[in-house]
Design a protein around this ligand. Structure first.
Ligand code: NAD
Length: 485
């Protein structure tokens, strides 16, 4: 099999030699074979990338000073170049992290270009507002780009998450240093090729793949004005400490342990596809999944049977096969972690009703884990409190809606969630009571127009929607010497 290899980094608008000979090797989670490699960025590479982004931002006639319409033309070229590479980008994500290809075509192929166009349009709709004053004169409120952005992303949905940051940042007039996760670099280099083809000015986008130490170096770099991070809560806390000390604006999209609350009138079988998409999508490796399923005691046995049946019927296999519903986990490390949670679930007295044996039959290669459902889980048990990030659900019984709300709200996290019911109004009423950043009724889909993000240990700030643009802008007021009109 031919591998995908890059020799240079995309910095300052061109492919440039890295500062060291270190490399990141990428292995297929399905076959464990080597599938590609790229240079591993070092602190010196980060220095070069930040300097390039700084020059591009500070250029008195540069990107940040262009009109939104002029930036919009360049961003349209970028969106078209991304779209042209969509299918290959999706394939690269699948072979790197195990995301089923049909899902990668959904999340990773088209979403980036959609977001670039959405934010370009939002900025063109206006970044200045004239206000009539209460003290007699007018003022002008201007939204300016916040500066050089450090964007640090994880491997689970790498391109969509990258563009939650890049699309609003670029539209606002910021310049970016992107640090992809070492597990998913080949898609990031494809994105850099699109930026290069679109002719974005040098330094507007720079890509330096590396591990966490180099990521931490980027966060504290004196040339950075804003940090936008998606990843684990542990890393988020460390980044928040650094940014707190520096008084550096930061957006944190972190982990989750969301509740999928089944009300007593729900028909899960009728909603089986949405329920799967809200709880086990991407092999269980999405931050907002409802991995705690809360089921009413009045219908408990039949709900447990339905979920166990659903999980057991899922097709586990090669993520490039279009019928596969559950692919492998991203790495051996991740599988070890998930398997240790399954063992913990067993020793804590959870009742296994599906999976739990670890490896699916016939899969001796690859980082596969059987979809696993525990019933009768104590809401305070480890597998009901900690993020597992694999195809493992904990079903927890409840007596009434008040108790369901208390259990749903009873974790350190607050990112996603869902409510399942025959009555959408009842679902919306229940959704209001859940302490979380986002929650869906009979499904969960991140619509680009509405903000996404978490509370508590799930993070700070919002992405998507107009709120996701504000994160990359500062607000300047000019008190005009002009009387009210
Ligand atoms: P991780 O925190 O280990 O790594 C994420 C990224 O941050 C990687 O690029 C990594 O190299 C970098 N990094 C790690 N520590 C860093 C530090 N101290 N300073 C700077 N950079 C650092 O997370 P992971 O295991 O790769 O990803 C899975 C986690 O991400 C899960 O907890 C998941 O819930 C979370 N996640 C959250 C969202 C969201 O939007 N809330 C989306 C996807 C994933």
């Amino acid at each position: 099999m031919t591998t995908i290899d890059y020799e240079k980094l995309y910095v300052d608008g061109s492919w440039t030699a890295p500062e060291s000979g270190q490399r990141i090797a990428v292995h297929s989670p399905t076959t464990e074979e080597l599938i590609g490699s790229v240079p591993e960025g070092t602190e010196r590479d980060i220095d070069n990338a930040v300097a390039a982004a700084r020059r591009a931002f500070d250029d008195p006639a540069g990107w940040a000073t262009w009109t939104p319409a002029r930036r919009g033309e360049a961003l349209e070229r970028f969106a078209a170049a991304l779209e042209a590479r969509g299918a290959e980008t999706a394939r690269r994500v699948t072979i790197q992290n195990g995301m089923p290809l049909w899902l990668a075509m959904n999340f990773e192929a088209g979403f980036p270009a959609m977001l670039v166009r959405y934010y370009s349009g939002l900025v063109q709709a206006g970044i200045e507002e004239r206000r009539q004053g209460m003290l007699g004169k007018q003022s002008l409120v201007i939204r300016e780009p916040i500066g050089v952005v450090a964007a640090i992303v994880p491997w689970n949905v790498p391109q969509a998450i990258t563009f939650l940051k890049l699309a609003p940042a670029l539209a606002a007039g910021c310049t970016v240093v992107l640090k992809p996760a070492p597990e998913t670099v080949l898609d990031a280099f494809m994105m850099a090729e699109a930026a290069n083809e679109a002719g974005l000015p040098p330094g507007v986008i720079n890509v330096v793949p590396a591990g966490r130490e180099v990521g931490a170096y980027l966060v504290q770099h004196p040339g950075v004005d804003k940090v936008s991070f998606t990843g684990s809560s542990a890393a988020g806390r460390s980044i928040a400490r650094t940014c707190g000390e520096l008084l550096r604006p930061v957006t944190l999209e972190l982990g989750g342990k969301s509740a999928a609350v089944v009300l007593d009138d729900a028909d899960l079988l009728q909603n089986a596809e949405s329920f799967f998409a809200s709880t086990l999508l991407n092999n269980g490796q999405i931050c907002w999944l409802g991995t705690r399923v809360l089921a009413p005691r009045s219908k408990y046995d039949s709900i447990v049977d339905t979920i166990a049946g659903l999980a057991s019927s899922l097709r586990v296999g090669d993520p490039l096969d279009e019928t596969t519903q559950i692919g492998p986990l991203v790495s051996q490390r991740q599988r070890d972690r998930v398997e240790s949670y399954i063992e913990k679930g067993k020793s804590d007295g959870g009742r296994l009703v599906a999976g739990g044996g670890g490896r699916p039959a016939g899969r001796d290669k690859g980082w596969f884990v059987e979809p696993t459902i525990f019933a009768d889980v104590d809401p305070n048990a480890t597998i009901a409190q900690e993020e597992i990030f694999g195809p493992v659900l904990a079903v927890i019984p409840y007596d009434d809606e008040d108790q369901a709300v208390a259990i749903a709200n009873g974790t350190d996290y607050g990112l996603g969630g869902s409510v399942w019911t025959a009555d959408p109004q009842r679902g919306a009423a229940f959704a209001r009571r859940v302490r979380t950043g986002t929650v869906g009724v009979n499904g969960y889909v991140n619509d680009p127009v509405s903000p996404f993000g978490g509370i508590k240990a799930s993070g700070m700030g919002r992405e998507l929607g107009p709120e996701g643009l504000v994160a990359f802008q500062t607000v300047k007021t000019v008190y005009l010497d002009e009387p009210n009109s």
